[in-house]
Design a protein around this ligand. Structure first.
Ligand code: BGC
Length: 369
């Protein structure tokens, strides 16, 4: 089969045509025809040979972890999906260690040991190929009405996991209708206007938060117009500092970071409000030490009861919420949602998407089926 593969030892990336056809080996497995595979920053890092690891004993890794597929065939014990269903397959697989309570509890997204595997990223081939096989337990059915946008489920799970955790920790505030997922009356800042940030902004709007998106693009950029049309407000970092935006907003209850840029994130942390929560989702490159206002940050965290946490990957609950929310987005913001996918490309074009200059919002590799 055709597949997009990196060969890290040779610093090579190419479309291969001899990727073995996957077979159903267990009765709980499912054969899926790939429909669309999204390209994200992690894929581009792997394509620069800075991240990613082939399966043990192999020289290449097939890329792709954001996927939408259609079930072609199922093993005899499969009950979760049926042929014809649209499915999104989860990325991470548990580590083998008995002592890892997270993996043993089905929550490899919290793996303690780091010996988890990730499809398209770490020691398991990804989805940028014609067909894949996986166990039914990792698959989530997507309604047929979401065929055009289902590939956005995986990037949305980042925000969904973050929000599940936000409700958990904010249950400490008895007057907020915590566990209920009601953000009305709360101010949220989204850092970054890439797909992870914009999908996060929609998830927050859906829950009733007042949302401000803070990003590099000018105040009249396409991104800014997108944000405004969805019902959030846009603040350009060309125009406003973090301190100035805090002045406009009032108490900042939540910051959802989706830039991977540490400097601007820590500037925003300095203006997080009383009882506020700051969620990091980006993974910055390591550029060595730099100064930050540690006294101010520490004072604020204590005197303002703040919480700061990071989140990676996502569990089954976040995938289920992502499918549900995507359906709501599709009803409420059909145009905005569709316009997040700025390019559909055939498999060979993936090389340019992965290695060329970045453009657009979400580019996807599409199989014509
Ligand atoms: C993926 C996650 C993964 C993380 C770290 C992200 O791009 O969406 O599923 O856990 O990279 O490898």
């Amino acid at each position: 089969m055709h597949a997009v593969a990196v060969f890290p030892a040779d610093k090579r990336i190419e479309v291969i045509d001899d990727h073995p056809e996957p077979k159903l080996e267990r009765d709980t497995e499912v054969l899926v025809d790939m429909l669309e595979i999204g390209v994200c920053g992690t894929d581009r890092e792997i394509a620069r040979f800075e991240y990613g690891m082939p399966p043990e004993g192999q020289r290449h890794l097939v890329l792709g972890h954001e996927s939408l597929g259609r079930v072609a065939r199922t093993g005899s014990a499969v009950t979760r999906v049926k042929p014809g269903d649209l499915v999104v397959t989860m990325v991470r697989r548990p580590c083998p260690h008995e002592t890892c309570r997270a993996c043993r509890a089905g929550r490899s997204d919290f793996c303690f040991t780091g010996d988890f595997k990730e499809r398209g990223i770490k020691q398991l081939h990804g989805f940028m190929t014609e067909r894949v096989v996986d166990d039914q337990q990792y698959m989530h059915v997507v309604p047929a009405s979401l065929r055009a946008v289902g590939v956005l489920v995986e990037p949305l799970t980042i925000a969904e996991k973050a929000l599940i955790e936000v409700w958990d920790v904010q249950e400490r505030l008895p007057w907020t209708a915590a566990g209920s997922g009601d953000g009305r009356g709360q101010h949220a800042v989204v850092l970054g206007a890439g797909p992870v940030g914009l999908l996060g902004a929609l998830a927050l709007l859906l829950r009733g938060f007042e949302v401000w998106v803070y990003s590099r693009g000018a105040g009249d950029s396409d991104g800014a117009k997108w944000v405004t049309s969805a019902g959030a407000r846009y603040l350009s970092s060309q125009q406003f500092t973090a301190a100035q935006i805090a002045e406009q907003i009032g108490n900042i209850d939540l910051v959802y970071e989706a830039t991977g840029a540490a400097k601007v994130s820590f500037q925003m942390l300095e203006v997080l409000g009383t009882n506020g929560v700051f969620v990091f989702t980006g993974v910055p490159g390591r550029r060595g030490p730099s100064e930050c206002e540690e006294d101010l940050l520490m004072r604020n965290m204590v005197l303002k009861n703040q919480l700061v946490f990071g989140t990676v990957n996502a569990g089954p609950d976040a995938f289920a919420n992502a499918v549900e929310d995507l359906a709501s987005f599709h009803t409420r913001w059909p145009e905005q949602l569709g316009s997040l996918i700025t390019g559909r490309h055939e498999l060979p074009a993936a090389i340019e998407l992965l290695t060329g200059p970045p453009h657009g919002l979400k580019n996807v590799v599409s199989f014509d089926r």
